[in-house]
Design a protein around this ligand. Sequence first.
Ligand SMILES: *[C@@H]1O[C@H](CO)[C@@H](O)[C@H](O)[C@H]1NC(C)=O
Ligand SMILES: *[C@@H]1O[C@H](CO)[C@@H](O)[C@H](O)[C@H]1NC(C)=O
Ligand SMILES: *[C@@H]1O[C@H](CO)[C@@H](O)[C@H](O)[C@H]1NC(C)=O
Ligand SMILES: *[C@@H]1O[C@H](CO)[C@@H](O)[C@H](O)[C@H]1NC(C)=O
Length: 408
Amino acid sequence: MRRSISSGKDSLFDPAFYGVIKVRVFFLFLLLFSMFITVRLYRASKDILSDTVQVSTEDGFLKLIKIDKSKVKYKTHKKNVHRDVMEFFVPPRVPPQQKVGPSDVEDDSNLSTELPQCRSCFEHKFEYVINNENICDGGNESGVDILILISTTFRNKLKRDAIRETWLSVSQENTQNIRYAFLLGFTPDLHLQQQLELENIEYRDIIQEDFIDSYRNLTHKTVMAFKWATTFCNHSRFFMKTDDDMYVNTRNLLEIVATHNSDLQTSVGGTCMGRGKPHRNQHSKYYASVESYPLQHYPGFCSGTGYITSMNAAVQIYEMSKNIKFFHLEDVYIGLCVWKLGMRFLTIRGFSIEQVKPRDCHYKNSKMVTSHGVPPNLMRGIWKMDCTKHKVTHRSHDDAHIVVPSMT
Ligand SMILES: *[C@@H]1O[C@H](CO)[C@@H](O)[C@H](O)[C@H]1NC(C)=O
Ligand SMILES: *[C@@H]1O[C@H](CO)[C@@H](O)[C@H](O)[C@H]1NC(C)=O
Ligand SMILES: *[C@@H]1O[C@H](CO)[C@@H](O)[C@H](O)[C@H]1NC(C)=O
Ligand SMILES: *[C@@H]1O[C@H](CO)[C@@H](O)[C@H](O)[C@H]1NC(C)=O
């Protein structure tokens, strides 16, 4: 080739010379084109990777979520990427279950401060559809320390599975000092019912009664928990009620019941509030009509996201509930029973009614007892987190204070 270029003017008209040029241009073009494609692909993938993450949602679907770049510092803090993405997985904060706030709309200044007397007006007369009477039986001579009953509903099997695999696995299928069961009401959907029955055959940890399973019926579910504990597990020392979106550190829970054993004989512990006004605004999630609640104040309550009490108190609360009319906010309802019994609330540090950030091994240190709104994937991630290198801190004994129920 070089020969033909250097061989003089004639070579310019040499067809072989043009053939060589064509081949070179073709390859040059091919090279540029492939570089262009490579750059495009690289940029596209970079955008995908840095702007969005794939998240499996609570109901098992995958979705792409955009990341707030200001939160995720890829370049400067490479090591923190995992942590920041974990944080990002956090769903929007769910408000605490029952917040007491100023009332408006209806003027309730003339309402009474006394609960109307009522004898056996609220007997919990529902039939079991599924029951596992033997959950608290057996085990070694040290017996059952805590029975944990968990409000759930039909479509939340993924949440139940995550709980079974993670923090409830310490119960070793209901054979250890911690026992548990999931609580459901009735559904007319035969398919859902069938699935629940299959789930129960596998795990034997379901308790179901025949009241309609709905948000407005949560009080029935909670009273069912107290009734079941009284009837089938009254030799357990303590009783906890919680929900299927909660992460519970059972090691800290055991420590707390040991520390506050005597207070819990006459109180309910968790995150508790004193006297407060019902929401009279119809648009509030916690709306209570004057008809459903004819008093000016609530005496106080512990958040239904998770509370612990002695079995001694739980049995009395169940007995008292027969004399207190149905009210749909279940934690306020239990608060009414506690108040009528002359018992107390005990605010204990660590019962978080919001989501505890999954960083710095918070879930495994001594302070945390409950965390709210923890989706299944996060629950598993936390459970697997290795925190052996974090230094062990111990709870102080002044980590709780009494809240006295009051109507005035
Ligand atoms: C409250 O009671 C007083 C006196 O009985 C009465 O004048 C007033 O209208 C009542 N207020 C309401 C909102 O019912
Ligand atoms: C009984 O069970 C408890 C809790 O599961 C355990 O700590 C204890 O060692 C057991 N006792 C015996 C004698 O196995
Ligand atoms: C609550 O359950 C009862 C008993 O099944 C039923 O009659 C009632 O309609 C339910 N209420 C709601 C709001 O679902
Ligand atoms: C305690 O449980 C036993 C069965 O284990 C039951 O016979 C008894 O009635 C229960 N106590 C109360 C107060 O319900």
